[in-house]
Design a protein around this ligand. Structure first.
Ligand SMILES: [Zn+2]
Length: 69
């Protein structure tokens, strides 16, 4: 099982952690968020959730404009 998970990670080649430039679906506000935030990230303008926290990678609930390294 562990090997399978490691292989999946290899295939996806998911970067460790990144900052993302996203745009709110609701108000079109552009905001920089972290893709491994430990808490939900809300839009600073309208309060809409841009990214939902999970145990690891955040679930992005907004439009990703750019990935910043
Ligand atoms: Zn917004």
């Amino acid at each position: 099982m562990i090997y399978g998970v490691d292989l999946m990670r290899e295939l996806i080649k998911q970067p460790k952690s990144k900052f993302l430039k996203v745009q709110c679906f609701t108000c079109k506000n552009e905001q920089i968020i972290f893709n491994k935030a430990s808490a939900d990230v809300k839009c600073l303008v309208c309060g809409n959730i841009l990214a939902r926290a999970t145990g690891g990678m955040s679930i992005i609930k907004s439009k990703i404009l750019k990935v910043l390294s």
